[in-house]
Design a protein around this ligand. Structure first.
Ligand code: GDP
Length: 438
């Protein structure tokens, strides 16, 4: 394939900047723009060696290094040359232009990785792991991305696909030679399909954990005006990001901020005080607060310990922590109960404990070494596979033809995850989300 070129490091002032050229004619492009110093041996003869030399961009030169990766050893599975230059904006732009003039074309987003995928170097899910590595914002997200990139999920999906493939082969035999095979093949089939279904279910069970690993835990602060939600948000964030004032109802919209605790990202959403309101903007704020609470992993129901009638706020949430605030003003003792906290947003009492309690909602332990579903795309495909397998179990009593249709559907859905059965559109959509140069 024709060589593609892109700057692989962020464009800005930096110690080094990397230009990557990949494709059949990568060496020809390199020879036109880079002169190795000292030895007369061309790059082609020194694979995987860092060669010092001069990069000739035409209107300027730079000193740097070039490495030739032959196809068999290159990320993209085709001849690649990487240039390590001084990381200046003008240098890198000029170097890229020189590579383009020498015959390369500008790489599209994620095209190096797409070529690696097309060359069979990695599965579609592995490639998504690469993108997740780059985009990860917490240690938990990085660990989950690494497992994906490393092929943990792909191997399990391939194994389930093989199992479903074997069942399909067995059933086809029944269709072709019913007399000889029916008694032998059909009875164990039910158990095999159930095995495949159990493995799909086991993967789906990790989806919540995976989502938290990748996107973090969403904690929504709710409670009556003046309970101290904004103050607590600031205390939890450790920075003055929310506006804290004395007038009830001043936090009108939702305000968001995030921090990392115990390796997990925690996304805080401060909502408008939940109360009846005649003010249109305030009411909209209340509506958003309730909507945010519905999608939260946990709602921090902030209660002012000094207010006598701070009644319960009814929220439709998966999990609620009751956070009694302003404990610096009272001698309130928190009952030793899960989900109950006494804090002071003002002097910081109990805030660290609350941070750890939120982070502990991420139960990584359960999936420490195993595969975990972090992507909506994978989850959707697994749900389709699950439904198809369930339907296959039902149809097994009836017509074998229908069971075959269901099983093929399950196989295709699973194959979409690794790329075996993914359409070109799906593949393109995935790589278009990558950055240029990867
Ligand atoms: P919100 O309406 O729930 O967001 O409440 P704010 O964060 O705006 O706080 C309302 C008032 O309570 C402000 O005057 C804060 O300074 C005060 N406040 C908040 N938290 C505490 C606390 O822990 N101790 C004390 N003494 N005052 C607090």
């Amino acid at each position: 394939m024709r060589a593609i070129a892109a700057i692989s490091t962020p464009v800005g002032a930096g110690g080094i900047g990397i230009l990557r050229v990949s494709g059949e004619d990568a060496l020809a492009v390199a020879d036109a723009i880079f002169i190795c110093a000292g030895s007369t041996r061309p790059l082609a003869e020194t694979p995987l060696n860092m060669r010092f030399g001069t990069f000739d961009a035409g209107d300027f030169k730079d000193k740097g290094y070039a490495v030739f990766f032959p196809a068999a050893r290159a990320y993209a599975g085709e001849d690649t040359v990487e240039f390590y230059l001084h990381g200046g904006v003008r240098i890198m732009q000029g170097a890229l232009d020189a590579a383009l003039r020498a015959g390369a074309r500008l790489a599209e987003r994620g095209e190096f990785t797409k070529r690696a995928y097309l060359a069979g170097r990695l599965s579609l899910a592995d490639a998504e792991g690469v993108a997740d590595m780059i985009g990860a914002e917490s240690a938990a997200a990085l660990r989950a991305a690494y497992r994906l990139m490393d092929g943990t999920l792909s191997r399990e999906i391939d194994a389930i696909c093989d199992l479903v493939g074997d069942i399909i082969t067995g059933l086809e035999a029944v269709l072709d030679y019913p007399e000889e095979t029916e008694d032998e093949v059909l009875p164990p089939l039910d158990g095999q399909i159930k095995d495949a279904l159990a493995r799909v279910d086991a993967l789906l069970a990790t989806a919540d954990t995976g989502r938290m690993a990748k996107h973090g835990i969403t904690a929504v602060l709710a409670g009556r005006p003046n309970a101290g939600k904004s103050s607590l948000m600031n205390a939890l964030l450790g920075a003055d990001r929310a506006i804290v004032t004395d007038t009830p109802g001043t936090t009108r919209d939702t305000i968001e901020g995030s921090f990392e605790c115990d390796g997990v990202r925690i996304n805080l959403v401060d909502t408008a005080g939940i109360r009846e309101s005649g003010d249109a903007i305030e009411s909209e704020g209340v509506r958003r607060a309730l909507a945010a609470a519905e999608h939260a992993d946990v709602v921090l129901h902030v209660v002012d310990t000094t207010a006598e009638d701070d009644e319960e706020v009814l929220l439709d949430a998966a999990r609620v922590f009751t956070v009694r605030n302003k404990c610096d003003l009272t001698s309130y003792k928190c009952p030793r109960m899960y989900g109950c906290f006494a804090v002071s947003a003002k002097d910081g009492t109990g805030v660290e404990e609350l941070r750890h309690a939120i982070a502990a909602l991420y139960a990584e332990g359960k999936t420490a070494d195993g595969e975990v579903i972090t992507s909506e795309r994978h989850k959707d495909a697994l749900y389709r596979a699950k439904r198809a397998l369930e339907s296959a179990i039902e149809s097994l009593d009836g017509t074998v033809d229908l069971t075959l249709v269901d099983l093929s559907e399950a196989y295709d859905a699973l194959g979409e995850i690794t790329g075996k059965t993914a359409t070109e559109d799906v593949v393109d959509a995935i790589f278009s989300k990558f950055c240029v140069g990867k």
